[in-house]
Design a binder for this molecule. Sequence first.
Ligand code: ADP
Length: 169
Amino acid sequence: LLSVSLAMTPTSSTTLNADSKERTYIMLKPDAVNRRLIGEILSRFEKRGYNVVGLKVLTPSRELAEAHYAEHKERPFFKGLVDFLTSGPVVAIVIEGDNAVATARTMIGVTKPQASAPGTIRGDLSIDVGRNIIHGSDSVESARREIGLWFRPVEIVDFKPVDHAWVYE
Ligand code: ADP
């Protein structure tokens, strides 16, 4: 028994590889919360091997929702989007892991759920662009900005899960 468990102990370094520390901002919108999809969606990131390092439920202020979507403020859907976001609870999440920003976007699908492939979060769980259940940062720079908007530094943890060497070579 002992030799079996020793043989199964990976011989990886004990320091976190910088690549596996990339962070992205994920937000479950009020439709996801009202439809009780929090666990379903969070579990996809966890099962993939990403770590949840920040997590909270809140109803955002108008100011926060507008700041989050500032790049869209001239768009016709802006007011409806802000009304929707401020209507009910959202789940604000920081996900950490190798290539977290781009991989999360791939997992989420494209903006229009009907153009999102089955297997993606939007492609499996939503239909309408105005009810596409989830947000994910579109670049490392956006992620940094959005994490700073939604979280205080003390609300984000720094840890290395014990199975790290089973997720990363
Ligand atoms: P994404 O969330 O895929 O990064 P965008 O940044 O382009 O997409 O848009 C932000 C959000 O605005 C979308 O997720 C969606 O909720 C909403 N939105 C975008 N385009 C439309 C539209 N044509 N009509 C209604 N809502 C829209």
